[in-house]
Design a protein around this ligand. Structure first.
Ligand SMILES: Nc1ncnc2c1ncn2[C@@H]1O[C@H](COP(=O)(O)OP(=O)(O)OP(=O)(O)O)[C@@H](O)[C@H]1O
Length: 703
């Protein structure tokens, strides 16, 4: 509050020329105690009632100039001065009035003591009001008691904290209401000292309280209590404690998980890791916590970037040359994804791999014994050399057995390498014909020699003919079977002669005149389409019908891929017998490679591929890298294929060199892997990884 708010604007203004009478009259009119004497609005002094009384008592004239009664030392205030400044000034100068001026030093009013007191009371009421509302808006509870511990005041918060209403609290004794507060209160009142941070239980509520002495004129009149409800904080603290314990538990669980575990938040930043994960990525926790996972482990980028909200189970990843199985699971809180947990199984992977190997080993052995068993069972069976398990081949063999029992000619069709010759052998065996099975490849013998090869010649039949002549294949196959392979390549004149022989069952040798009679069962084979050959005019239709009494078609290997594993085992077994080795077979995942291939060269190609891989694989398992499959080559891809295959060769050579290096080191250290690793200047883990890579642990020499 300012001085201008506490002044009388309606004050008495007189000039220096005014008479005592005029001033007295003004006092009566205005009912005021002082008059201001002004000269051009500026204050020159004041006249009080008392100075006029004094003048009159000294018999001064009423009409005399009032100047004799003017007091020139006047206590003045400015309109902006505070009420407190005004109070201090009036007390100091010991005056009952002050003249109030504006900034131009012009008189604007008079402030009397009574107006000052009114202002001070208003000001005090304002302060009390402000304090009251401040108290009521405080979160802390505030209470005051007198020296008898009777409650004298309180704020709104205290009603809530103490669960009481106004009547239950005011003028009641703290001793009755809250005896637990008495000891600190008495301490404050007796020792007149503040007591702080007392823990007070009020029902279910816990509060921290401070007790402050209240004094008036230096004497203790009571005490004030300030209480803060900490029940909620205590719950939070308890929860925090539980959370801490849970976190400890989680940390321990992660460490015991045995696998690498990493947790990320919803931004993909790493929030928790276990030691196994750290050793897998070869980093320390400080340097990776809070970092985006794909930046720290780029190998996980395809999984952690866009797919981190997807569940992933069983993906294989390679981190620092270590293979691991990745499992990824998003973590949800309600509907919201809050993070991801990623697990990498790498230690147990080796164990699983060994177990799988063992299982595969057993499976292969089982297959081998099964095959042996069936071979033994049909050791003398006509088709025992034709290995198959497919239904399509079973049906073919059944048909062949029936066909074998008949005297009819047989035409075997099928792509090159499907086993036409084997089938012909089987048919001959099954036919139980007395004579031999004589084979001739029509495509392999020059055209001019083929006739004499087939029908024989008489002495002097041509230059260079043997003395005494020579029997042909027909004669040799008497009472047996003649297998004419690649019949589609037989020259047309010879086809005519063959047709005649088949019809008449007799022929003459080249250069001979005597008919020769034979009992021959003819089996012909072709890898071409007979119908196409007839259309082209390169094969006689009448001959075709003569031969094609019974047609047996051998399906391509790509149409019966289920035979591939059995054939592989068969070839490996044959090679083992031949080379006195104990190769187990082809691992399951590598077999996939063979099953996926289209096998244009059929069983013959498979046999060659297995044989090559067999010789190049040093362990007891066929090495995938030695399984060489030609890719189909088109003009457009030729260059690419050549360059990628040369890269493959290079890689292979490098791999083999590295592997030999490992083996050599192991040999030098008598199989001690730690020494071998240091001999090569490698860490133990790198050395182990390389052993794994090249399957060196499969070899029995080193344990
Ligand atoms: N089912 C099979 N079981 C075992 N070996 C087989 C089988 N089929 C083919 N083979 C082998 O594949 C190779 C080729 O077989 P074969 O010579 O019988 O085929 P083909 O069809 O007569 O070939 P081509 O038409 O080129 O003369 C031979 O070494 C043979 O032993």
């Amino acid at each position: 509050m300012k001085s201008k708010h506490l002044i009388t604007y309606n004050f008495i203004k007189v000039t220096e020329e005014a008479s005592v009478r005029e001033v007295l009259q003004a006092f009566l009119d205005y009912r005021q105690d002082i008059a201001c004497v002004l000269r051009e609005k500026k204050l020159v002094g004041i006249i009080s009632k008392y100075s006029l009384y004094r003048w009159l008592l000294q018999n001064g004239s009423l009409d005399e100039n009032v100047w004799h009664c003017v007091k020139q030392e006047v206590v003045t205030l400015y309109e902006e001065d505070s009420v407190y400044y005004a109070k201090d000034l009036l007390v100091k100068e010991n005056v009952g009035h002050a003249v109030v001026l504006n900034t131009k030093d012009e008189v604007i009013g008079i402030m009397s003591k009574s107006e000052l007191i009114r202002g001070l009371i208003t000001e005090r009421n304002n302060v009390v009001h402000r304090l009251q509302s401040l108290m009521n808006n405080l979160q802390e509870s505030v209470l005051s008691v007198d020296e008898n511990l009777i409650v004298t005041s309180y704020n709104t918060s205290s009603l809530q904290l103490l669960h009481k209403d106004q009547q239950e609290l005011i003028h009641h004794s703290i001793e009755e209401l809250y005896p637990q507060m008495v000891p600190p209160l008495l301490q404050v009142i007796q020792h007149q000292k503040i007591v702080q941070h007392c823990r007070i239980e009020i029902g279910e509520t816990t509060a921290i309280a401070s007790f402050i002495p209240l004094k008036e004129w230096g004497n203790i009149t009571g005490a004030m209590m300030v209480l803060k409800d900490i029940t909620e904080f205590e719950h939070i603290a308890a929860e925090l404690e539980t959370t801490k314990q849970l976190e400890n538990l989680l940390d321990n669980a992660l460490e015991m998980a045995y696998d690498g575990v990493v947790l990320t938040n919803n931004k993909g930043e790493i929030t928790k890791v276990n030691n196994e994960f750290l050793s897998l990525i070869q980093r320390d926790a400080q340097s990776i916590l809070g970092q985006p996972l794909p930046e720290i482990v780029p190998e996980l980028t395809p999984f952690s970037k866009n797919h981190s909200s997807q569940e992933i189970v069983g993906e294989i990843v390679t981190i620092n040359e270590t293979k691991a199985i990745l499992t990824q699971m998003p973590i949800y809180q309600g509907q919201q994804k809050v993070g991801t947990i990623i697990k990498l199984i790498c230690k147990q992977l080796d164990m699983w791999k060994d177990l799988l190997m063992h299982l595969e080993n057993l499976e292969s052995e089982l297959t081998f014994y099964k095959e042996n068993f069936s071979t033994l069972r049909s050791q003398h069976g006509p088709f025992s050399r034709m290995i198959s398990r497919s239904t399509i081949m079973d049906e073919l063999k059944q048909k062949a057995v029936i066909a074998a029992k008949t005297p009819s000619n047989i035409l075997i069709t099928g792509k090159s390498g499907t086993g036409k010759e084997l089938l012909a052998d089987g048919i001959h065996t099954a036919s139980e014909r007395k004579g031999a099975c004589i084979k001739i490849n029509c495509a392999a013998i020059p055209e001019d020699l083929l006739e004499s090869e087939l029908f024989g010649y008489e002495e002097g039949a041509f230059t260079g003919a043997k003395k005494g002549g020579k029997p042909g294949k027909f004669e040799l196959a008497h009472q047996g079977t003649l297998f004419l392979d690649e019949i589609g390549d037989m020259p047309l004149p010879l086809q005519a002669k063959l047709l005649r022989v088949l019809q008449q069952r007799e022929f003459e040798r080249v250069g001979g005149t005597k008919p020769v009679q034979v009992d021959v069962r003819l089996i012909a084979a072709t890898n071409k389409h007979p119908a196409e050959l007839i259309d082209q005019g390169s094969f006689r239709e009448d001959l075709y019908y003569r031969i094609n009494v019974i047609q047996l078609h051998i399906p391509s290997l790509s149409e019966r891929k289920e035979d591939i594993p059995l054939l592989c085992d068969h070839f490996i077994h044959q090679l083992n017998e031949l080379h006195n080795r104990d190769m187990i077979g082809i691992a399951r995942e590598d077999m996939e490679l063979l099953l996926d291939y289209h096998w244009p060269g059929n069983v013959r190609q498979l046999e060659n591929v297995v044989e090559r891989a067999y010789h190049f694989s040093p362990s007891r398992w066929i090495d995938k890298e030695h399984i060489l499959l030609d890719k189909p080559q088109s003009v457009g891809t030729a260059t690419k294929y050549i360059s990628s295959s040369s890269t493959m060769n290079r890689e292979r050579v490098l791999g083999e060199t590295e592997k030999n290096m490992l083996l050599e080191a192991l040999e030098k250290t008598n199989g001690n892997r730690t020494q071998a690793a240091s001999l090569l200047g490698m860490s133990r883990s790198t050395f182990y990884n390389k052993l794994k890579k090249y399957h060196v642990h499969e070899t029995t020499r080193f344990v």
